[in-house]
Design a binder for this molecule. Structure first.
Ligand SMILES: Cc1cc2nc3c(=O)[nH]c(=O)nc-3n(C[C@H](O)[C@H](O)[C@H](O)COP(=O)(O)OP(=O)(O)OC[C@H]3O[C@@H](n4cnc5c(N)ncnc54)[C@H](O)[C@@H]3O)c2cc1C
Length: 415
């Protein structure tokens, strides 16, 4: 007899959202993680609820600008060649998906999911009484050179065609909205519907607190294995074996490390990203401002300002790259003027499949195991809706969103 209806491995935004949704539906739930809720990648991100973020990093421009991106001193992208040579499959599949056809299909899939993002997140925000952490001030993207601003046209048109709302903002208006910007502004666009979270870790903690209040249980342990047995799953965590009707893999970039979960052979990689967090005395922006050429955001936080972003392909094991933190600081000062020493420096691991789509759905051939990971740059935004889909699947119901293209046995090459 299973002890729980659902056992969830991973207490990031995805796992905790799934736990709260499932508990709100009346299921008995255990959430298992060796670390504190929200302390992984969900802690250090750029805080945007990026409902506009349907364009994947797999973009034809990556192929066109590859030499500059790889070797330019001011490139927001960095690749460890050692890592790339050891993992050629991920790299080549990622690049193959930068072609116009796959890139367009990925954007359409992401847009469909993103259209449901707020609907999946808002009920959790309300249930957890976390409205104070969510701000509706839009997101401003700026281009500092005319050439880059013009090159963005096709992508902006593509977003509009996929239902994303944005409006052009003059340089003067952008400066009025964000007087802290010292960067030249050649073009600026406001995504009016976007919101941001003033403290993403606190958001996950609030969701977790509500889950606990509703009777959800938590276990501090690392899940090493999931075994389907009869009408349930045995989840091996630390020294214990926990029985559940269904088990959920929501361990972010580490989801490939759970034996028996059907994840070990998936091309789950990581796009590493960094942040610098400045304290109360640094208040330079009113909303997240993305500097397109810089590849990062300046985001207003409850505790100051955070610079977060960039992409580094170097795997889960390599130490933090000081050069990437120096890049963020140097470019941050170009954007916002002189900055004091940061309160914290952080390296985080975006869980990324080479087609930039998450894996969400039942494990092919083992329907008591549910996959929910791989949210790349969009996990904070998509955690809520993913949680709702997981709750549907855990109840044995068909979600009202078509997730057939997100299965683990999809074709990753050519999306
Ligand atoms: C620099 C940067 C900026 C970003 N900005 C944004 C943004 O503005 N907006 C946005 O939407 N997204 C953003 N993202 C992406 C977003 O942060 C991630 O997609 C999201 O946090 C992933 O959530 P998760 O729950 O899957 O993973 P995590 O938050 O990493 O949680 C996974 C959890 O699983 C646990 N775990 C690992 N192994 C096991 C195991 N074996 N057993 C049990 N538990 C395990 C870990 O301890 C961890 O707590 C950004 C990411 C980075 C790096």
């Amino acid at each position: 007899m299973a002890e729980f209806d659902v056992a969830i491995a991973g207490a990031g935004i995805v796992g905790v959202s799934a736990a709260l949704w499932a508990r709100m539906r009346g299921l008995s739930v255990v959430l298992i993680d060796p670390a504190a809720p929200g302390s992984g990648t969900s802690y250090g991100n750029a805080c945007t609820l990026a409902t506009y973020g349907c364009l994947p990093v797999n973009d034809p421009a990556v192929l066109r600008d590859l030499p500059t991106l790889l070797f330019g001193r001011d490139s927001p992208l960095s690749i460890s060649w050692r890592h790339a040579l050891r993992h050629p499959r991920w790299m080549l599949t990622f690049l193959a998906n930068c072609r116009a056809g796959p890139s367009g299909r990925i954007a359409a899939q992401l847009a469909t999911l993103l259209a449901h993002a707020d609907g999946g997140l808002n009920p959790l925000i309300e249930a957890a009484g976390a409205q104070d952490l969510v701000k509706a001030r839009g997101q401003l993207t700026v281009w500092s050179t005319g050439k880059a601003g013009e090159a963005a046209e096709a992508g902006l048109a593509r977003r509009r065609a996929l239902g994303v709302s944005w409006r052009e903002v003059s340089a003067a208006e952008a400066r009025e909205m964000e007087p802290g910007l010292v960067l030249p502004v050649a073009r600026a666009v406001l995504f009016d519907d976007a919101r941001h979270v003033s403290d993403p870790e606190a958001l996950v903690q609030r969701f977790h607190a509500r889950f606990t209040e509703l009777g959800g249980e938590s276990v501090v342990a690392q899940v090493s294995e999931m075994r389907e047995r009869g009408d349930g799953v045995e989840v091996v965590a630390g020294g214990q074996v926990i029985g559940a009707g269904r088990a959920v893999v929501a361990a972010g970039a580490f989801s490939g490390r759970i034996a028996g979960a059907g994840t070990a052979r998936l091309p789950l990689g990581t796009e590493r990203g960094y942040h610098l967090q400045f304290g109360h005395d640094v208040r330079r922006v009113a909303r997240p401002v993305g500097w397109a050429e810089g590849g990062f955001y300046a985001s207003p936080m409850a505790r100051g300002t955070r610079l977060a972003g960039t992409v580094e392909i170097a795997g889960l094991e390599a130490a933090a790259n000081r050069g990437r933190l120096a890049y963020l600081r140097r470019r941050g000062e170009e954007m916002l003027g002189p900055l004091p020493g940061p309160e914290s420096e952080w390296l985080g691991f975006r869980p990324t499949l080479p087609d930039s789509l998450p894996v969400i759905g039942v494990r092919p051939g083992a329907e008591r195991i549910i996959h929910a990971f791989g949210h790349q740059h969009l996990g904070l935004t998509l955690g809520g809706v993913t949680g709702r889909i997981v709750a549907d699947l855990a109840e044995g119901r068909q979600p009202n969103i078509d997730i057939s293209g997100l299965r683990a046995d999809r074709r990753f090459w050519g999306a």
